[in-house]
Ligand binder design. Sequence first.
Ligand SMILES: [Zn+2]
Length: 125
Amino acid sequence: MRLKAILTLKCPRCLRGNVYRSFFKMNKSCPHCGVVYEREQGYFMTAVFVGYVMGFVIAVLAGLGLYLTVKPDAIGYLLGASGVVFLSIPLVFHYARVVWMHIDELLDPRKPEELEAARRNREET
Ligand SMILES: [Zn+2]
């Protein structure tokens, strides 16, 4: 269920509300349960690290794919893997934040006062 929510970019708390309003716009809070996504200032800095890890995994998979198919020289690997990583930037950007929020929710679930704020937030909108 949570994996499906991550893949479809849903809220880490209710697993239903969309995290993104449009391709470039992220919702400040969940449209379904009202929970605020940015729990504190700088909250998404850790998502940058998640993005690095995702980029590294994509680069390794691209290198492996090149090895199994065309077997290029060193420059070919560098350009091929770099190209794949470059093309995956929008995907990584979206998923890094969502993956980070889900990891954070699993390790440090929102406290009752945060959920109360979410409930008030939902009533206002
Ligand atoms: Zn939600």
